[in-house]
Ligand binder design. Structure first.
Ligand SMILES: [Zn+2]
Length: 315
């Protein structure tokens, strides 16, 4: 029997004897079919920006046992040890296959990730955690505010982007951390620093990595940007009354942190791609190492907040 679509097409062809019109129609139908197939076989993207953020990125060693395993636009960091690994941030839900493949192509296994932590629980950094946790069986640990969001609500009241941000996929369990707490996996020592403001639960991370006996201080800074829904005010929010104080605390952390290499949840916030490109061109000393970067980020972030508060005075 003939495929009903083909019969339908033949009937239409009889209707439009002009071969050019028929060809145009055929092309159009093919495009429609391709679109329908595409939609059913690939997961829908989480946001307009997501396809750009989720562009593939070759994983690479940052320094010592620290590796970049995220997609091009959203950082995910792997810290390795002989007794298991740590993952910081999981990018988007649709980034999970890429993060797993990146870990594997470096010669490590997602199954050996023992601990997953995060910067802040927005879907672009925390969205992939649930999927990565399932694949690894890793423990998840987060600030108390973030742990609550990750296990219960997906998005937190008091979040400046509450109402406009998509929720993160929930994990069955997340241990609540204390500010300044150091977590251990093998010989990895990873310290949590609460850096709220962008969200009330924001967390930055510090650790040391060594190469040939030279140990450097690495800082993974959470987002420091005052982004919000249209009607949120950082200056006098009822849902998040300590927003400005919180930002000041976070900037103070960045100013005082021992910081040889700065990494940020969005790689461009610390100029990672330019630094990497210069490293690959053979520029020495290594441009990825940049001891002023934390202070400079604190300066830019403080200026952004100042402008934001200024703009709130007029509304
Ligand atoms: Zn965010």
């Amino acid at each position: 029997m003939r495929d009903p679509h083909e019969v339908e097409f033949m009937r239409m062809r009889n209707h439009f004897p002009n071969p050019i019109t028929a060809l145009a129609l055929f092309t159009f139908l093919l495009a429609l079919a391709a679109l329908a197939l595409g939609q059913s076989s690939t997961p829908a993207s989480s946001c307009d920006n997501c396809p750009v953020w989720n562009k593939p990125q070759q994983p690479f060693r940052i320094y010592g046992n620290t590796y970049y395993v995220g997609p091009r636009g959203l950082t995910s960091i792997l810290l390795t040890s002989k007794a298991g690994h740590v993952l910081i941030d999981g990018a988007l839900p649709e980034s999970v296959p890429q993060v797993v493949a990146n870990i594997r192509s470096l010669g490590f296994r997602i199954e050996d990730v023992k601990l997953i932590v995060n910067s802040h629980v927005h879907f672009d950094h925390g969205g992939g955690i649930a999927g990565l946790q399932r694949l690894s069986g890793a423990k998840v640990a987060a600030s108390p505010w973030s742990a609550e969001v990750l296990t219960k609500s997906g998005v937190g009241k008091g979040d400046p982007q509450f109402g406009v941000i998509s929720p993160v996929a929930l994990v069955p369990r997340a241990d609540a951390l204390q500010d300044g707490q150091t977590l251990r996996v093998g010989d990895i020592r990873l310290t949590a620093h609460f850096t709220p403001g962008h969200t009330p639960g924001g967390t930055s991370w510090t650790w040391k990595s060594c190469e040939k006996g030279r140990c450097l201080n690495l800082v993974y800074s959470d987002s420091m940007t005052p982004v919000s829904s249209d009607n949120f005010r950082f200056s006098d929010s009822r849902e998040y009354p300590t927003a400005v104080q919180d930002f000041e605390k976070s900037f103070a952390f960045l100013r005082s942190a021992r910081c040889d290499i700065l990494l940020t949840s969005h790689p461009e916030a610390s100029g990672l791609w330019q630094r990497l490109e210069r490293r690959q061109r053979g520029v020495r000393p290594d441009p990825v190492v940049s001891p002023n970067a934390c202070k400079e980020l604190a300066g830019r972030a403080a200026e952004q907040l100042r402008r934001r508060l200024e703009s709130e005075k007029g509304r």
